[in-house]
Design a protein around this ligand. Structure first.
Ligand code: 13P
Ligand code: SF4
Length: 350
């Protein structure tokens, strides 16, 4: 949550108290100046800053008014009264904020902070699948762009995917675009996952005893890199470790971990559990953010995978976003209205 400080020195002292173990002091001094100026400008411009859990520690712990996972931040974006929403996250998240709160100016501090999942599927791909499987409800992960959301019945995040799929009538669901999340949700909901090849049409098996989920080929370029061997190696060295995985990891990794959930669910797990030490199989910055907020917990620092898209959002970029009103997110109104229906249905489920 944003630090309240009356001077740069006070900002530096508060950041140092929290971040001394995770950010080098020489960096902290520079970052404190940036954070102080951002928080001053934020008030002057009547802006709110939303920060995803993957933001780098100095940013995460100093400027966001709200932090959280995709679902929590979508809810905050929908409720905010401020004139400007600065979204410290990636483009699909800022776009979701614009979809839900179209009269506000929504700024993404980097010109193009993408996501390999969002890039994996187009609106035309969804239209083609709907033509192949008429009448089958379409669920899309929020990690997609507005034109893809506009083609779908309901969105989901990693925090509510099982509840969203369970809310749909019938035995068959199209679940896009994350192959691994789809497989993990299929296991939890008792459905069978089918990934059609890009060219061939699949014949669905008939009958209520054959609940099915039709997926896509998208993968998170960060989470697909974790392996069961990583888990085995860490357990061999630290038998008492609690291992947490994001459900964008492969089903084998999720099964070998002790817990799987959204970024917020992982934070909650560490706060509540009493394991001797923890390992997060997710984007690197989050381990540092948890370590800074929970100094009494031992986090294994074996992480080497930083999301290149999240990494583009820095304090420097965020200051420029506020100074120069950049980079403004726009969504054509016709697309926005259809996408909003899918996102709002998701929010209504929880
Ligand atoms: P969460 O919704 O769990 O925060 O995940 C977003 C994301 O991009 C994970 O890679
Ligand atoms: Fe996309 Fe993966 Fe980065 Fe999340 S971590 S924003 S899913 S590329």
């Amino acid at each position: 949550m944003a630090i309240q400080a009356n001077s740069v020195q006070e900002m530096y002292r508060q950041m140092q108290a929290k971040l001394a173990d995770v950010v080098p002091d020489v960096e902290l001094q520079i970052k404190a100046e940036l954070a102080y100026e951002i928080n001053r400008l934020k008030v002057e411009k009547n802006a709110v800053i939303l920060g995803h859990n993957y933001m780098e520690p100095a940013l995460f712990h100093s400027i966001p008014d709200f932090v959280g996972d995709s679902l929590a931040l979508s809810r905050k974006a929908a409720q905010t009264d401020q004139d400007i929403i600065v979204f410290c996250g990636v483009e699909f998240m800022a776009e979701t904020a614009k979809i839900l709160n179209p009269t506000k100016t929504v700024l993404l501090p980097a010109a193009k902070a993408g996501c390999s999942l969002a890039a994996s599927i187009t609106a035309e791909d969804v239209r083609r699948l709907k033509a192949q499987y008429p009448g089958v409800p379409v669920v899309t992960y929020v990690n997609t762009y507005a034109d893809v959301k506009a083609e779908t019945d309901i969105c989901c995040t990693s925090g509510n995917a099982v509840a969203v799929v369970n809310s749909l009538p019938g035995d068959t669901v199209i679940f896009l675009p994350d192959e691994y999340l789809a497989k993990n949700v299929a296991r939890e909901t008792g459905k069978r996952i089918i990934i059609p090849s890009r060219s061939a049409t699949l014949t669905l098996e008939e009958g209520p005893e054959k609940p099915q989920m039709i997926g896509w080929h998208g993968r998170c370029e960060v989470h697909e890199r974790f392996t069961v061997a990583d888990i085995q190696n860490v357990r061999a060295q630290f038998p008492d470790v609690a291992i947490l995985a994001h459900p964008e990891c492969s089903p084998e990794v999720v099964e070998a971990a002790d817990f799987a959930g959204s970024t917020q669910a992982m934070i909650h797990f560490v706060e509540q559990a009493d394991a001797s030490r923890y390992l997060l199989l997710t984007e690197c910055a989050m381990g540092d953010n948890i370590a800074a907020a929970n100094p009494q917990k031992e986090m294994l620092r074996l992480c080497s995978v930083r999301c290149p898209h999240m990494n583009q959002i820095t304090l420097e970029q965020t200051l420029d976003a506020l100074r120069y009103n950049q980079y403004e997110i726009t969504v054509p109104e016709e697309t926005r209205l259809r996408a909003a229906r899918a996102v709002e249905r998701m929010i209504a489920i929880g």
